[in-house]
Design a protein. Structure first.
Length: 228
């Protein structure tokens, strides 16, 4: 797959040599000398028009990478952690990428995307500033069995909802699952039936909701510290 943009490409080149297949450069001096020397045999220089074509008009900033698809996480790896994030029906790569970035920085152990068959991995890698390359991530069209299994081994299932209990009043279980629904539809009925406690962010003004990636960041931060 192709990713582009200076920040995410430099991150991948620095941290994930095993994934790098080709380095495309459309701007001289974009790479630090150490990385240029390291990847010299994989570098190909491009005219800007070809870089624009490869990035489909995106802001490539003079560098693109062809990388292997990150390895998918297994159910067993999901179960081995303490803090699991489930994205129920989210499809927007910008929102998912922002959530992955926050989740990785704030201590989530793994992410499961459900209610979708596939996602735009390249876009999520880009919008997560490369965090997607390090975050255990699994796409499950139907995650009900996994949620049941997590409940059976001691995880408490929390779901974000407008009518939920205030996060400030909750002490969270050590082994916990946070489920975030889509902005348009919220939690799906099947997933919602598995929620053990609904949680919410109290608004200081009369406003209906936050962007899902912002809400996820706030909830993840709180759930990372207010643990029994």
């Amino acid at each position: 797959m192709i990713i582009y943009g200076k920040q995410v490409c430099l991150y991948a080149l620095s941290k994930h040599e095993e994934l790098i297949e080709k380095v495309y450069i459309a701007k001289k001096g974009i790479l630090p000398q150490s990385l240029y020397d390291k990847y010299r045999s994989k570098i190909k220089f491009l005219e800007n028009k070809w870089a624009q074509s490869m990035s489909k008009g995106g802001n490539h900033q003079g560098i693109l990478l062809e990388i292997a698809e990150p390895k998918s996480t297994s159910k067993d790896e999901i179960k081995n952690g303490d803090f699991v994030l489930v994205l129920d029906g989210l499809t927007d790569a910008g929102n998912i990428g922002a959530i992955v970035r926050s989740a990785y920085a704030l201590g989530v152990d793994s992410i499961v995307a459900t209610g979708v068959k596939q996602l735009n991995s390249a876009a999520i890698v880009r919008t997560s500033s490369g965090a997607m390359l390090d975050m255990p991530f699994l796409v499950l069209p139907n995650a009900l069995d996994l949620i049941n299994e997590l409940g059976q081994i001691g995880f408490v299932i929390y779901g974000a909802a407008m009518h939920g209990d205030r996060i400030e009043d909750i002490e969270f279980a050590k082994r916990r699952v946070l489920v975030m629904g889509s902005e348009g539809f919220g939690l799906s009925k099947k997933i919602n039936s598995k929620i053990q406690q609904h949680i919410s962010i109290e608004m200081k003004r009369n406003f209906d909701s936050l962007n899902v990636s912002v809400a996820a960041g706030i909830l993840i931060h709180r759930m990372g510290y207010a643990v029994k």
